[in-house]
Design a protein around this ligand. Structure first.
Ligand code: ZN
Length: 442
């Protein structure tokens, strides 16, 4: 198939493909039990020129029923931390250990050259796997963060047209209360970024909020409002049943009539809170139009980890209940080969495969296929991307797998990525390329 595609030129048909029906808006075709439809795709000069029921095209590249998915978008990553694992492990593998380890590594090693080498390595991995857009959080502690943002702005410009890179700050909420708040928000606004923070607090769901929490939240929203910034927040990433920032964020957005997009990631605690409390939170999140991104691989890795004890909890949030409430839910990578997650390669096919298993997105798949592409596109302000539709760039991932059970059973290392209708020849870089950066002798 690959050789035929390489020889196909600029105008050709992709014949007899399968695709998730929910990612092909406007095409009426019979769905199989997993929501897949059969179709032919016309490619012209880098774009999808037409989508038709299978059997419409008389010639072209025959996919023999193989799956075609729109290129994915990865709405939550940490490119600045990525790949430091060989030099800075997380000895306990838990959340507190991750924070401690990253803090040490950041202080010791994050020169601009170091961040650039690791971040670009990660972008190359994502690109080779087929990803067209990445949002990265960047640890934003002044003054050091200015270097990180400078590097990522350079990488964003270098990769423009291949991988669209969006940047979001991350620092604890209380950091935004003082003079650093304005300085960070100005830097984010100047770079065209998204304002992000992380919030955690303990206690019980019926306790009063920690003192000053609401004032800090309001001050944070005000920073975004003054500059017209979207928000992207790390929320309740813990196994504390009293962590309930998600509800407070939704209520604050509603009260302030916040106009820009808000994406909230993690929201782990929601799944261990009393049913009625969780239901009420979800209703407010839906009302506020907040996008949710779930990071199932990192959540399962970090949450409920106690030495010598088998984990009982998957660590993930209530995605089915959120979807039922009409909330836009995406899946994303989060960390890769750093103290928050020792593994990963920014491969959204892996993320979707693991998400399906961890979150039971299957039987039926209903419209969960959207969580891979169309939903993150919406959350990232790139609505219209992440679907197979006439007029869109021909950025597609082609598989020999024909059914969901085939797709999710292997890593799909033989996938063919099309960018602008042509075969992408990129391959993921070997880890060896980072040896000098992370202090390995090979
Ligand atoms: Zn994260």
């Amino acid at each position: 198939m690959k050789a035929e595609l390489q020889a196909a030129g600029a105008r050709y048909w992709l014949r007899d493909a399968r695709a998730p029906g929910v990612l092909v808006p406007g095409l009426e075709a019979g769905h199989d039990v997993d929501g897949l439809i059969r179709l032919d795709l016309r490619i012209e000069d880098g774009r999808i020129a037409g989508v038709a029921p299978a059997g419409s095209a008389a010639e072209g590249v025959d996919l023999r029923g193989g799956l075609v998915w729109p290129a994915p978008l990865d709405a939550h990553t940490h490119l600045d931390k990525g790949h430091i694992w060989p030099r800075t492990r997380n000895p306990r593998g838990d959340f507190a250990g991750a924070i401690e380890a990253v803090m040490g590594d950041r202080g010791r090693s994050w020169s601009e050259a170091d961040v650039e080498a690791r971040a670009e390595f990660a972008i190359r991995c994502a690109h080779a796997h087929g990803t067209v857009a990445i949002r990265t959080h960047l640890d934003t502690y002044l003054p050091m963060a200015r270097g990180t943002w400078r590097v990522m702005t350079k990488l964003r410009d270098r990769w423009a047209g291949r991988v669209a890179i969006q940047m979001s700050s991350i620092a604890p909420l209380d950091r935004f209360a003082g003079p650093d708040g304005d300085a960070i928000a100005d830097m984010v606004a100047d770079a065209g970024g998204v304002l992000g923070m992380v919030t955690r607090h303990s206690g019980h769901v019926h306790d009063d909020l920690p003192e000053g929490f609401q004032a800090e939240l309001d001050a944070f929203f005000a920073l975004a409002e003054a500059r017209g910034l979207d928000l992207d927040l790390h929320v309740d990433e813990s196994g504390e049943s009293g962590a309930r920032a998600l509800r407070e964020i939704a209520l604050t957005a509603l009260r302030r009539k916040f106009k820009r997009r808000i994406q909230c990631g993690h929201c782990c605690s929601l799944s261990i809170q009393p049913e009625a409390f969780a239901r009420e939170t979800i209703a407010r999140v839906a009302e506020a139009g907040i996008d949710i991104v779930v990071l199932p691989m990192c959540n399962m890795y970090l949450q409920d980890r106690v030495p010598g004890r088998t984990p009982r909890w998957r660590g993930v949030t209530l995605v089915h209940e959120m979807r039922a409430a009409g909330i836009n839910v995406s899946v994303a990578s989060d960390n890769t080969r750093d103290p928050f997650y020792a593994y990963g390669d920014l491969d959204m096919v892996e993320v979707f495969r693991e998400a399906t298993r961890i979150l039971h997105l299957d039987h039926p798949f209903s419209d969960w296929h959207r969580a891979f592409a169309a939903n993150p596109a919406q959350a990232m302000g790139m609505a219209g991307r992440g679907v197979i539709a006439a007029g869109q760039p021909a950025d597609l991932v082609l598989f020999s797998a024909r059914f969901m059970t085939e797709l999710l059973s292997r890593p799909q290392s033989d996938r063919v990525v099309l960018r602008d209708g042509r075969v992408l020849e990129a391959t993921p870089p070997h880890w060896r390329e980072l040896d000098a950066v992370v202090g390995l002798s090979g």
